[in-house]
Design a protein around this ligand. Sequence first.
Ligand code: COI
Length: 378
Amino acid sequence: ADAQYTFRARDLLIERSPVQQPPINLEDLKFGTVFTDHMFHVEHVVGQGWGRPAVKPFGLLQVHPAAQVLHYGLCCFEGMKAYAGVDGRTRLFRPELNMARLRRSARRLQLADFDPQELLACLKQLLMVDRSWLPEREGYSIYVRPFIFSSASALGVAKPARSTISILLSPVGPYFPTGLKPISLFVDELNRRAWPGGVGDCKVGGNYAPTIQPQVEAAQRYGTSQVLYTFRESHEHPDHGEFEECGAMNMFFYMEQRDGRRVLATPALTGTILPGVTRDSVLQLASGWGECEVQERPITIAEVRQASEEGRLLEIFGSGTACIVQPVGSLIRANGEVYRTRFSPDDDPAGSLSSRLQRALLDIQYGRVEHPWGVALD
Ligand code: COI
């Protein structure tokens, strides 16, 4: 029964690529478009259990045209990063959280279950095989993309009879082409990213596909690079809408209250928000610093508008594995209103809360400080 439940890292087959791609130019690296020489692969068939896990040369996948993933979006994924430490060691950041979330997402889609520690052990070996791809430069890393999909050929909407797990490695720099300059977001009060009882708290492909049209339209109309979703507004009370997240980032609002107290607030995990690893890390870091009150709660449009009008909206930023901490300079609404932050990292690059959080995370990720969140592989 044990053999059926999970594959084991000790069985990992390593098949080295006969060819090695030429070195990459970091200057014109577009996020997620370049891949290393190897990938991870393992398959599960209901009734037969797991096959042998393997690191193989990077290459195309063969899937049946009726594979459920191609029709019903039966896929989920994770985003992680591996960093070249200042001490020469390779580090992951809180990887066990990504593995646990992947397992939860897979369960939501009824894909095969596995032991997250075994997958993590395979992932580490894959990284070691392609270690030479790891950019040794601040701001750069290998983006690690584990994913699971239904490779079962069946047009019925039913539990997948076959699941495939793969891991890709992609050397990356900053997620946004503008780097760490503050971006502006379009506040989308029409389209929904998630809803109560839905899967907004799972990292399933179906949460991402429908966000592209709003993103493209907002880019055309407002020149924004991301959309910030809202929820719970009504016709009579549009400003009662609550900010949710962006899809690629969780959101943080750093505000001064009328009594002068400072709060860092992010939407609570009520089921429509992805429980981000960076989100959790930001919350813990900021709580530990003790310079402001840290809150997980609803944040209404009305509250942010008022704070902005009164000069109390200090900073807004997004958090995520890909973007780490991304400052946001303004929110643009369809009704023409624009809410600007008082503080921009441009004013005081070292002093803003977002850049200090960014710095603290990078210090752990690049091993400049010893911290349990930075997990060294070698
Ligand atoms: C991440 O931050 O890793 C994400 O998953 C965001 C995006 C690339 C989908």
